[in-house]
Design a protein around this ligand. Structure first.
Ligand SMILES: [Zn+2]
Length: 208
């Protein structure tokens, strides 16, 4: 075990490891996820375990809006950094998804609390489209995105997490960005932290 100057720990090379696993050994902690061997009964096997305790809040539904609070209405009231806002327009804004499918998962959201796309004004409809295009350009510049999934889930039955306030998803895609982890492990592995991603995209937005 070596301690890096920034406080992160790095694994020793496995090829030379010839020792019993320590009960409380911790390896490579990052972004709330940790590889860890813990006290308890059982025998080591060939699998590694990626513990993601930070995801428990999502599983439990913490942070989901109650009837009288809407995160998409609250976000624009705070700073860009606090809300992970990438850009603000006249009628809509672009924000990073707190529960991204991929690094750089953006949403285009009207300021107005409205659930039905058909009820957007012409100006809102236009700016949603213009901002969606701008998301594509910024993501290509910032992250070299090779493809995108773009779209809306309207209504809970259609899969909307926050159905009361419509939002357009823009998810960047790269070759090989999907592996067994979400399918078998129920876990998305994300290589970048959200505040860093927001800064990168906010810069790319101004440059595109
Ligand atoms: Zn709202």
């Amino acid at each position: 075990m070596t301690g890096a100057p920034d406080g992160t720990e790095q694994r020793e090379p496995r090829a030379t490891e010839q020792r019993e696993p320590r009960a409380t050994e911790q390896r490579e902690p990052r972004a709330g996820a940790q590889h860890e061997r813990q006290d308890g009964a059982g025998l080591p096997d060939r699998f590694e375990r990626l513990y993601t305790p930070h995801r428990m809040a999502y599983i439990r539904g913490e942070g989901k809006p109650t009837d009288d609070s809407c995160p998409f209405c609250e976000i624009p009231k705070g700073s860009d950094a606090d809300g992970l806002v990438v850009a603000r327009g006249a009628d809509v804004y672009a924000v990073l998804n707190l529960y991204p499918y991929n690094s750089g998962h953006l949403m285009v959201v009207p300021y107005r609390h409205i659930s039905d796309y058909a009820e957007l004004t012409a100006a809102e409809t236009t700016e949603v489209a213009v901002f969606t295009q701008h998301c594509l350009r910024a993501l290509r510049v910032a992250s070299g995105a090779q493809g995108f999934n773009v779209g809306m889930n309207l209504g809970h039955v259609a899969g909307a997490g926050i159905a009361a306030h419509l939002h357009q998803h823009v998810v960047p895609r790269w070759g090989g960005d999907t592996n067994f982890m979400p399918v078998i492990g129920g876990t998305k592995v994300l290589p970048a932290l959200l505040p860093q991603t927001r800064e990168l995209l906010a810069e790319a937005w101004l440059a595109t």
